[in-house]
Design a protein around this ligand. Structure first.
Ligand code: S3P
Length: 185
């Protein structure tokens, strides 16, 4: 635990395929804080996978469980939390994250996101579409979501970064300079 974080929660936000889980686990290790993946919490609680949940009960059902899970997790302290890409769509979710922690947006260019998710099989919002539809789908969803991602406390422009380790280093630098700014009169 780094004392300057003051046990605030750290929320990683960003589009599907941004690496929130991979980076989150590494960051949690570095900061010696517990790691929580909201999608995992939802799946365990419902005893269903997210694709099956979407198929059987629809997206709204999933979104309700997502807010419930966030509310429970947010009441704890000092975790590194990987969120699902759509968590920022809901105003209440945004309020909870802002009021309980620091939000970090892992920002990638849409072309890079396309490469990272084109072979994904476990994402219900991207299933049953071909590659050109996927390009369009990513653009459309990013247009809607980017303004909310951009409200993050810290934005990591990950396009230049070569590895999850490099991204973690960038995050730690930003957290430290933020701490410095907090101290300045
Ligand atoms: C979603 C992203 C997924 C998961 C669900 C919905 C979204 O998480 O929460 O399939 O709306 O972008 P990842 O961002 O971890 O893929």
């Amino acid at each position: 635990m780094i004392p300057f974080l003051d046990k605030k929660q750290i929320y990683l936000i960003g589009f599907m395929g941004a690496g929130k889980t991979t980076v989150g686990k590494l960051l949690a290790e570095k900061l010696n804080q517990p790691f929580v993946d909201i999608d995992d919490v939802i799946e365990k609680k419902a005893d269903l996978t997210i694709p099956i949940m979407f198929e059987k009960f629809g997206e709204n059902y999933f979104r309700k469980l997502e807010t419930d899970a966030l509310q429970r997790i947010a009441s704890d302290r000092g975790n590194v939390i990987a969120t699902g890409g759509g968590i920022i769509l809901n105003a209440e979710n945004r309020r909870i994250m802002k009021s309980t922690g620091i939000t970090i947006f892992l920002k990638w260019h849409s072309a890079v996101l396309f490469q990272r998710i084109k072979n994904s099989t476990h994402r219900p919002l991207l299933k049953s579409i071909n590659e050109s539809q996927l390009v369009h789908q990513i653009e459309t969803m990013l247009n809607q979501r980017q303004p909310f991602y951009e409200q993050a406390d810290i934005i990591i422009d990950a396009n230049e970064s070569t590895s999850p380790d490099a991204i973690v280093e960038l995050i730690i630098q930003q957290l430290m300079s933020r701490n410095q700014m907090d101290k300045e009169p």
